[in-house]
Design a protein around this ligand. Structure first.
Ligand code: SF4
Length: 220
């Protein structure tokens, strides 16, 4: 078993921890199972993220050369993205901006799809090609920006743009930062105790790679 503090924790790994602590253990810590493959459900989503990064700074004629080569679904997402006006950015911005923060002996990381720096606000943007669901990004992204770049909470806003539903956003605050920190502390304490129970939501197990390992033939 690897030491959990040797991990670099991200919203993705914490999402897995929330979904099923046992799965988190198998995926990131149990050296006998780490090599087992995970399904790649995100190929088109990755393609869209790369496309946004590449095309945003380009002129329309140059964009078309790329758009002729991508999956039609990704092209449709890009066209919706443009209709939302997000292909035009009027302030300095960074794409795929990485941040690594050490917090109480833990390594925490985030990669921001887009970070826009306005005179009075830092906007975190994230592109979503899947359905809306709870994610540790809402906790970790503003928290790490606050800790890593020393940005005051009230100067941070978080924006998710869904290909299916458009934008949802919120402005960060000191109160939210306190709540998020407590939530993160609780998760880190549980990981530190190596407390990794199987999920009680067995619907999660239906398509899990480890279902036979956990349940054999008796999956409820
Ligand atoms: S089968 Fe279920 S309990 Fe086992 S790791 Fe997968 S999600 Fe967790």
């Amino acid at each position: 078993m690897k030491d959990p503090r040797s991990l670099c924790l991200s919203a993705t790994s914490l999402n897995i921890f929330t979904k099923c602590p046992r799965l988190f253990c198998y995926r990131y810590l149990d050296e006998e199972k780490l090599y087992l493959p995970l399904r790649d459900n995100g190929r088109l989503g990755s393609q869209f993220h790369t496309l946004v990064q590449l095309l945003t700074p380009l002129a329309e004629a140059q964009r078309q050369l790329w758009l002729d080569r991508v999956d039609p679904k990704v092209k449709q997402w890009w066209q919706d993205f443009c209709r939302s006006g997000l292909d035009q950015v009027h302030y300095p911005f960074y794409s795929e901006f990485p941040l690594l923060v050490e917090y109480q002996g833990w390594q925490l990381q985030a990669r921001y799809d887009r970070l826009v720096v306005k005179p009075d606000q830092y906007q975190i943007w994230d592109w979503k090609t899947g359905k809306q669901q709870e994610t540790w990004q809402t906790v970790l992204y503003p928290l790490l920006l606050h800790w890593g770049l020393k940005i005051a909470p009230q100067m941070i806003s978080v924006h998710f743009w869904y290909v299916s539903q458009g934008e949802t956003s919120f402005t960060y605050s000191r109160e939210q930062q306190q709540n998020d920190r407590e939530q993160l502390d609780q998760a880190l304490e549980q990981i530190d105790r190596l407390d990794f129970p199987q999920t009680t939501n067995t619907k999660t197990c239906q398509d899990c790679f480890f279902r036979y390992h956990c349940w054999g033939e008796s999956l409820p």
